[in-house]
Write a new protein. Structure first.
Length: 250
């Protein structure tokens, strides 16, 4: 068996007496979509924050490509190839779509000393940004200000900015939150395309989306793993029904 791209070992985060994430050990295989679901307060976003370096673990380890990254900072993890999106779109509202994607792509330059080089000569940055916008269906919106986009387009732009950094692992925190039906369908289609050949850890409440695009589903309850398996296994689990999903998804 190949080594997992990402591995957590007894990962724990406590806030005082509360264990928001409690001894979670999971393996995330390369090239797969792994959804993490659970009721409100289950510890899903805290778990993503531990993976992205925005929170420090109280106990346990995180390994990425075999490297211990438990204490790595968000910028270090980004440079290693871990991208992150948030429940609320995290953009530069006064900048154009093109500039937002360009800034994200520029962050991957190997040395900060390259500021001595004229920005317009960064051909690799421009190409990376253009590819990301095209992949996310925003090529025609390049001059539009990020703050003037519809909320669905802002989600697309946030994903484009993440792709412009050329990550190998995508951490997506409720990418469908706040979207109307048509916008949600558009973003689900985009996520399906984005997931091709990439590794995705997805936190999402929309069960139709989760079961349609995921290879593996883990259910968290009270910070602990209740169930892990294929979408069909989780869908039919009596323990999951009782804890979270309900009979309607049978």
């Amino acid at each position: 068996m190949p080594e997992p791209l990402l591995l957590t070992e007894a990962l724990t985060r406590r806030f005082g007496a509360l264990a928001a994430v409690d001894g979670v050990s999971l393996a995330f295989e390369e090239g797969r979509v792994h959804a993490v679901i659970g009721p409100n307060g289950a510890g899903k976003s805290t778990f993503l924050n531990l993976l992205s370096g925005e929170l420090r673990a109280t106990q346990g380890r995180v390994r990425f490509r075999g490297l211990d990254v438990t204490r790595a900072t968000p910028d270090e993890l980004s440079r290693l190839g871990i991208g992150r999106s948030y429940q609320t779109a995290n953009l530069f509202p006064e900048l154009s779509c093109a500039d937002c994607a360009w800034l994200a792509a520029q962050s991957r330059l190997p040395s900060s000393m390259r500021f001595l080089r004229p920005a317009e000569r960064y051909s690799e940055v421009a190409a990376r940004a253009a590819r990301a916008l095209e992949e996310c269906g925003l090529s025609a919106r390049r001059p539009a200000l990020a703050g003037e986009l519809s909320y669905g387009e802002q989600r697309q732009l946030e994903i484009a900015m993440m792709l412009a950094t050329e990550p190998t692992l995508l951490l997506l925190d409720e990418p469908l939150a706040g979207l109307g039906h048509d916008e949600a369908l558009r973003v689900v289609a985009l996520l399906t395309e984005v997931a091709q050949g990439r590794t995705v850890i997805l936190v999402e409440h929309d069960m139709d989306a989760v079961f349609s695009i995921s290879d593996t589903v883990t259910v968290l309850v009270d910070g602990r793993v209740l169930e892990r398996g294929s979408p069909d296994q989780v869908r039919t689990s009596a323990a999951v029904r009782e804890a979270y999903l309900g009979e309607e998804i049978a």
